[in-house]
Design a protein around this ligand. Structure first.
Ligand SMILES: Nc1ncnc2c1ncn2[C@@H]1O[C@H](COP(=O)(O)OP(=O)(O)OP(=O)(O)O)[C@@H](O)[C@H]1O
Length: 742
């Protein structure tokens, strides 16, 4: 029977069936491509199981049954040419089985299925029949045939014995006859396919075992790290054998070449990325492929690719030797984006591999001077990174669907060398998600080990989907998305966790401590569980991925133009929603993925004296030595630039009180305003005729009814109502007053 193309009406019916299939969540759809094909139906898995057991279904039908996703229109029509007629076996099944509708159906064969057919041809017939009976045939990973042993099939669910009959020499001969020549790395392939056949030889160099791997082009498999690919940085993919590294970088090559129109050259040592044969597989898109005549020449071909073919990106699978690592480093230095893979579970494995160390910048042992070692609180001999890593970022593939993303490989390496746990982001991909959807989630760094174990064991992902990626779309952070926390602040509210980028956590904590907000805000090194990200604007410019990550985790980003304490205080207030943001912006409603921490704008132009009092700097600092190595710093500000400087250089970082110069009461009021904007308390340390402020390293406690300022300790009777002093401005009190030295 001659196959034919769909006409417009048929196309629309096929589309309709796909819709129904989605709506019914049915597992299989059969569409007759030959004649009365419009009698398509959806059959449940149980019926299919019955069909499978009851009859020897033709291979292509069996494979088609296993496809759970609707096919693209082009796949359906182009594969029609290889449709076998299955009318007869189904006719035979129909009576009495409640399968009457099946008798008029046939199926199509997909691109995947025809490639799997090519693979299955190398499996001896007796094993092939058994294999077809396996319900995961569509997800077959490898067939292993060792002489004299039972043949095995590897599926995502585990190994499966294909037949009790051991592998015979003729079985191996059959398989070898279907593949091309084996190269010096004992690998071969099947023309026009991505399959990889690896041989084990005896001492006489005869082949006594085969590992036959099914290769697939998985469109959408790189979706979960699209931001890294688009970012243009070099990406190192690390993972154990068989986890899916080649499949991932093949898709990255296609993405870069087709979607980003980059000049991509693949150095394809075993023809695994672009498939066997001189015409590369369509899975690499428009990327060009350079074959490697012998595995020891991989590094030469890498350099040749840069020198001869003007690539913007080079893709290289399995960087395994020192020469290859050196070549990769040379390429990166020439400004070419590099996407490469290396075997290993984690970045530590690469660091511990002397041949590959250069990929992470190299490691050297450094001996510090006594003082330096004491200052750093480390041993005298430490390990340090020698230079910049070859790759900008790294992806540890934990499984096909769980990736650990290290956005800054240099920082990860430095953290590991310093004995700290590196920061990384966990991304999970819904393996069944449509390629147009990202389905990723993140979990805590601290859960790393647990996650590795549990997800490797049972393959379960926690999933969430991003539906909108609008640059400026506003949103409310969804606290429900966060991991549940046990810690709550004193008022029963959950502690707010802040993740900082290029902002010293110690500074933030110091500000928080002086503001007395330790019970309300804390820092975290896990972006996935954070409630806010605090970042310097320079860092934000250099690392646009921060925005992507924040959008993904739905965490607002607070951007500080400068790392001053004032900005930090403002940021803390905004994070805790003590100060408003977004709607008050001059530019109208803004995205919460980049909230700028603005300065407090002056309400009116200040006078010269006010400028002095509020902004100008000149300080005399008295340093009083105390016993046991402590110092007490007592500052008097002759020009009162006082307020900001005093707060930012002494009160907050040092936790010390500062006394300002006597000022007119209206200026004191402005000073007090500024002090309060830092959430700090102040008191009058002068007289009524000559008032002067003393800024206290204590949290301002606002009263609900202004005008009443309860006295604290009677002996510290200097505390006064600043409101009365300044004509209405102010309104704070302190819980404790400091004793200053005479
Ligand atoms: N996202 C995916 N969906 C379905 N199958 C996949 C996916 N990724 C990989 N596979 C399958 O898993 C098997 C191993 O994949 P791949 O060859 O890419 O792994 P690898 O990490 O490069 O292995 P090695 O290090 O041994 O070369 C192949 O059969 C491939 O078709």
């Amino acid at each position: 029977m001659m196959p034919r193309e769909f006409d417009a009406e048929e196309e629309s019916v096929v589309e309709g069936e796909r819709e129904r299939m989605r709506a019914l969540n049915s597992h299989f759809v059969l569409i007759d491509l030959h004649s009365s094909w419009h009698s398509a139906t959806h059959i449940p898995t149980s019926t299919f199981d019955y069909l499978k057991k009851s009859t020897a279904l033709p291979n292509s039908l069996s494979q088609a049954f296993h496809r759970t996703r609707p096919r693209r229109r082009s796949e359906i029509s182009s594969s029609a040419s290889s449709v076998p007629s299955i009318r007869r076996p189904l006719d035979r099944l129909a009576p009495g089985n409640g399968l009457s509708s099946v008798s008029v159906l046939t199926t199509s064969r997909s691109g995947d299925a025809s490639e799997l057919d090519l693979f299955l041809e190398l499996v001896p017939l007796r094993m092939r029949d058994e294999l077809f009976g396996h319900q995961e045939i569509g997800e077959l990973i490898e067939v292993v045939m060792d002489l004299g042993r039972q043949p095995l099939a590897r599926f995502p669910s585990g190994d499966w014995v294909i037949s009790e009959q051991p592998v015979k020499p003729e079985d191996l001969r059959h398989a070898i006859s279907k593949v091309g020549e084996f190269s010096d790395d004992n690998r071969s392939g099947i023309d026009s396919s991505l399959h990889r056949i690896s041989a084990i030889r005896n001492r006489k160099m005869q082949i006594i075992g085969l590992t036959c791997r099914v290769g697939r082009a998985m469109s959408g498999s790189a979706e979960v790290i699209r931001d890294l690919v688009e970012g243009g940085g070099s990406i190192l993919v690390i993972g154990p054998p068989g986890v899916g590294k080649t499949t991932l970088i093949r898709e990255m090559a296609r993405m870069l070449a087709d979607e980003h129109k980059k000049r991509v050259v693949i150095v394809d040592t075993s023809n695994e990325i672009g498939g066997d044969g001189d015409v590369p597989h369509s899975g690499i898109g428009r990327a060009r492929r350079m074959q490697v005549p012998n595995v020891h020449m991989q590094h030469n071909v890498m350099i040749e690719a840069v020198e001869n073919h003007m690539p913007e990106t080079i893709i290289i699978d399995e960087i395994g030797t020192e020469l290859e690592a050196l070549a990769a480093s040379t390429i990166a230095q020439r400004g070419v984006q590099l996407v490469g893979t290396a075997h290993g579970m984690t970045i530590e494995n690469i660091m511990n591999n002397p041949s590959l160390q250069i990929l992470v910048g190299g490691i050297e042992s450094v001996t510090l001077g006594d003082e330096e070692a004491r200052k750093r609180k480390v041993q005298k001999t430490i390990l340090e990174r020698k230079g910049p890593p070859t790759f900008t970022c790294a992806v540890e593939m934990i499984s096909r669907t769980v990736y650990h993303v290290h956005h800054r490989l240099d920082m990860t390496v430095d953290a590991i060398l310093a004995g700290k746990s590196p920061r990384f982001e966990v991304r999970c991909m819904d393996s069944e998600a449509d390629s147009s959807l990202k389905a990723i989630d993140s979990v805590s760094t601290h859960e790393k080990n647990h996650l590795k174990e549990s997800q490797l064991d049972n393959g379960e992902d926690r999933r969430s989907q991003i539906e909108s990626d609008e640059e400026d779309g506003d949103y409310s952070p969804k606290s429900s998305d966060k991991l549940s926390r046990n810690i709550t602040c004193s008022e029963g509210r959950p502690l707010v966790y802040v993740y900082t980028f290029k902002i010293l956590e110690a500074d933030l904590l110091q500000v928080v401590s002086v503001m007395g907000l330790e019970n309300e805000i804390d820092v975290t090194d896990d972006i996935g569980t954070s409630d806010a990200i605090l970042v310097s604007s320079s860092e934000m410019k250099q690392n646009p991925w921060i925005r992507t990550v924040s959008r993904f985790h739905q965490v607002p980003v607070f951007v500080m133009k400068s790392n001053t304490m004032a900005k930090m205080v403002k940021a803390v207030r905004m994070i805790l929603e003590m100060d408003a943001f977004g709607s008050t912006s001059k530019r109208g409603p803004r995205s919460t993925f980049g909230i700028e921490i603005d300065d407090d704008a002056p309400k009116r132009n200040p006078s010269l004296e006010e400028i002095d009092a509020l902004e100008v700097a000149c300080v005399t600092v008295s340093v009083l030595p105390l016993y046991n190595d402590d110092w007490l710093i007592y500052a008097r500000f002759h020009f009162s630039g006082e307020v900001r400087l005093a707060i930012e250089y002494i009160v907050i970082p040092g936790g010390e009180p500062v006394e300002l110069l006597p000022r007119r009461s209206d200026i004191i009021a402005r000073q007090l305003e500024l002090v309060e904007s830092y959430q700090l308390a102040a008191e009058n340390s002068g007289t009524e005729q000559s008032p002067r402020l003393q800024i206290l390293p204590q949290k301002l406690i606002k009263k609900t009814s202004p005008g009443k300022y309860p006295k604290s300790t009677p002996s510290l009777s200097k505390e006064i109502s600043l409101k009365s002093l300044t004509g209405g401005v102010g309104g704070g009190t302190v819980s404790r007053l400091p004793l200053l030295p005479e």
